[in-house]
Design a protein around this ligand. Structure first.
Ligand SMILES: [Zn+2]
Length: 279
């Protein structure tokens, strides 16, 4: 019961944070890339900038297609090296193997610090065509003031923090991370969007909080996902064994159930592509 109350409290806090951050309505105008002839990797779909040229913020896909994007945040904060050395597991290879075994496409938003810590896993995820790797900042510090008590980045550090994460991911062995950025804690404001504008990334939020962070009751997380998803949903989960120990169990339950309901799992890139032409 206590954990349920905590979970609900955390969810409310998240809802409040998102509301306070003023998540704008997504515009969903697909940017049409013309890949250069020499490019061997097709340019991933991104959303054209929104008002004022600020990066668009994507929260969900089309509501008339039974597709769902499962997203996994590989969180590790820049100051958590000593915790990792002490045995905390910020990775979750079992979860990745389960997704692979079940054939579930997924988008992994990793921090650069995580990529530095687990380069072999980064390569493993990056090599698997089911998955795509995106950017969750280097430090996992807040881009918008008070955000779950995370240390706060100064505006002038924001752009370089995101660039640093791309560099770390490439260095770990993923040459083409997706141009998608998820703000730590999902906290952002116009100043943060302005700071990362030169990077040309699409900001990716979500419309379903799985509640897997610090959860110990897999059934409760399964219920929350099953009750929350709709066509076009983007679900946020975590790829950190110590801080999200039941996620693998949750996947084993929700994937077959949702498939039975006619849902298909897609990566964020496919969800963005499917959103084109809706307006
Ligand atoms: Zn995170």
């Amino acid at each position: 019961m206590i954990s349920l109350v905590r979970r609900i409290a955390a969810l409310c806090a998240l809802g409040a944070a998102l509301a306070a951050c003023g998540a704008p309505e997504p515009t969903h105008h697909l940017r049409h890339h013309s890949a250069s002839p020499s490019a061997t990797v097709p340019a991933p779909p991104t959303l054209a900038p929104g008002p004022g040229g600020l990066p668009s913020v994507f929260t969900n896909g089309p509501r008339n297609k039974k597709i769902i994007a499962l997203t996994f945040d590989a969180d590790m904060t820049a100051d958590q090296g000593t915790l990792a050395a002490a045995g905390n597991r910020f990775d979750n290879p079992g979860l990745i193997d389960t997704l692979r075994e079940l054939g579930v496409p997924a988008t992994v938003f990793m921090t650069g610090r995580w990529a530095d810590e687990y380069p072999e896993e980064v390569r493993y995820i990056g090599r698997e065509p089911l998955f795509e790797v995106a950017n969750h900042s280097y430090s996992h510090y807040s881009f918008a003031g008070n955000c779950y008590g995370l240390p706060v980045l100064a505006e002038k550090q924001m752009r370089s923090d995101v660039e640093h994460a791309f560099t770390a991911i490439r260095k770990a062995g993923v040459p083409h991370p997706m141009p998608y950025f998820r703000f730590p804690g999902g906290c952002y404001d116009d100043q943060a969007l302005r700071a990362i504008k030169p990077l040309g990334v699409t900001a990716i939020q979500w419309d379903v909080v799985s509640g897997d962070a610090f959860a110990t009751d897999a059934d409760a997380v399964v219920r929350q996902v099953m009750e929350g998803v709709r066509p076009g949903s983007v679900v946020v989960m975590h790829c950190t064994r110590t801080a999200a120990p039941v996620t693998e169990q949750v996947i084993r339950a929700v994937v077959p159930s949702l498939r039975q309901q006619g849902y298909r799992f897609v990566k964020v890139s496919e969800m963005i592509r499917a959103s084109a032409g809706r307006h």
